[in-house]
Design a protein around this ligand. Structure first.
Ligand SMILES: [Zn+2]
Length: 476
């Protein structure tokens, strides 16, 4: 997904604020590891993993690094679907002292297409300029993949043995348009390879800056569920010169107008309540009181309505449905016999497709409009921001960047978390990269990551793997 949906939602509203001073320099990995991580990032960026090329070459490169680091061949598994040999995944099992439920780290290897003519640099060469690394995947998410690979090499060299097994899966087809999603394939066909007590996905979360000053560090704990419906109306049709009252296009249009006016009820989850409570404190602006009021139980609905005037906050406060496609009629001079519209919904965690469908039916308020579910959704239940997990990650973040606020967040888009959450594995997004809330280059042109931000994220990822491999705590 595009990283930092939440950043867009919240950080973009805020003025120059936060702690008000530039982010202090954080600990870095040893020089040799820093260079190795950069070299791995370069190699990964320069292996084109758009859908046309696939992820197998990148997965094989990672397999080689891990074997060279000394991991036993039996614990480094390359797997690709038989019918999609270019959509390879590689899974490492880093064996711990005690059996028991493992912790799974996820990193997707695929990237969105990039056309060289649209870029200032070759998107498939890593270019360093003015303190930035440019290249496709530098922020989404070959940065995270490189940090994981390098940290594993370093941990192995240091003879680190975790308390419990650590699994790291580098996977295919997270981005839109892929046809062989790695986590879905692994869960369905090789569940034992990646079965875990919880998952940490480096494809989201992380630190948010505003004009170089830290705002907060996000831990992604939930995301909305994607579900699509088709509306269909029919009418007898006939000659265009003899219109009557029964017209499929008018029926559908009138229903869509009612839908446009409708707002789903406000829903506040454990995550969004904690987000709004924290942001009400972090943000001194005019929305501060409303954010705090929405975080009350029950939420202040008048405050929620005021916040909902902002498109992004609205998406955090309720399920949304919107018309995205429309078609109807068959000839310029004929009365329509059929009209169709596509309604794309993003459900709050805890909402259901049956509830949304019945709400659509009652809002459309016309038995002549048939409502059908296009496909069962991949339901992504919230992974609770428990004090245990938030304190665990928070302490780690503060070991690198003291004092920054830690906020659990809900993404309005979706990521591979929906696969693991749907399979019953609570999943948390934790990237170690700080980016400016006004930066929006993932999936776009001149994608980049700060050189220092990348170096620090390598150290953060090393500490994150160590911390999560410790069994002396529980997610719940
Ligand atoms: Zn991504």
């Amino acid at each position: 997904m595009t990283r930092r949906y939440m950043t867009w939602a919240l950080g973009s509203l805020l003025g120059p604020m936060g702690l008000g001073v530039a982010l202090a320099a954080a600990p870095l990995p040893p020089a040799g590891d820093q260079q190795l991580a950069r070299d791995i990032l370069k190699t990964l960026v320069e292996i084109n993993t758009t859908h046309a090329h696939g992820t197998t070459a990148a997965a094989r490169a990672i397999e080689q690094w891990l074997l060279k680091a000394g991991f036993p061949p039996a614990d480094v598994t390359f797997v690709a679907p038989e019918d999609h040999p270019t959509k390879g995944n590689v899974v490492l099992r880093y064996r711990g002292k005690h059996p028991g439920k493992a912790v799974l780290f996820l990193g997707h290897l695929d990237v969105v297409e990039a056309k060289p003519e649209d870029w200032s640099f070759d998107p498939f060469l890593l270019t360093q300029q003015d303190g930035w690394f440019y290249g496709r995947g530098t922020i989404d998410m070959k940065d995270g993949d490189a940090a994981l690979v390098e940290s594993l090499i370093r941990l192995k060299r240091e003879h680190f043995v975790p308390d419990r097994d650590i699994i790291v899966a580098f996977t295919a087809d997270e981005e839109a348009g892929g046809d062989a999603n790695g986590p879905a394939f692994l869960l369905q066909n090789h569940r034992e390879l990646i079965d875990a007590e919880l998952a940490i996905n480096l494809d989201g979360g992380g630190g948010d800056l505003k004009n170089g000053a830290p705002l907060y560090f996000e831990v992604g704990t939930s995301e909305k569920t994607y579900v699509t419906y088709t509306l269909e109306t029919t009418s007898p049709g006939g000659h265009g010169s003899l219109p009557g009252p029964d017209n499929a296009i008018y029926h559908l249009g009138a229903g869509l107008a009612r839908l446009q006016a409708y707002k789903f009820p406000v829903m506040v989850t454990a995550t969004t309540r904690a987000s709004f409570a924290a942001l009400g404190v972090v943000d001194p602006g005019e929305s501060s009181a409303d954010m705090k009021a929405v975080a009350q139980s029950p939420p202040d609905l008048a405050a929620a309505e005021r916040l909902s005037r902002n498109v992004r906050l609205n998406a955090l406060l309720r399920t949304t449905c919107v018309a995205t496609l429309i078609s109807g009629g068959h000839a310029e001079n004929a009365l329509p016999q059929r009209a169709k519209a596509t309604i794309q919904c993003r459900m709050m965690p805890g909402d259901t497709e049956a509830h949304v469908q019945s709400t659509l039916v009652s809002t459309l308020d016309d038995p002549g409009i048939k409502v059908t579910l296009d496909a069962p959704p991949i339901v992504s239940p919230e992974s609770l921001p428990t004090p245990q997990i938030m304190q665990k990650i928070g302490a780690l973040v503060h070991s690198m960047w003291p004092g920054v606020p830690i906020i659990p967040t809900m993404a309005t888009g979706f990521s591979d978390d929906r696969q693991t959450r749907n399979a019953g594995i609570p999943s948390y997004d934790v990237s170690g990269v700080w980016i400016d809330t006004d930066e929006n280059r993932a999936h776009g042109r001149d994608e980049r990551v700060g050189v220092q931000a990348f170096d620090e994220s390598v150290e953060f990822t090393y500490r994150l793997i160590k911390t999560m491999g410790d069994t002396k705590w529980r997610a719940k």
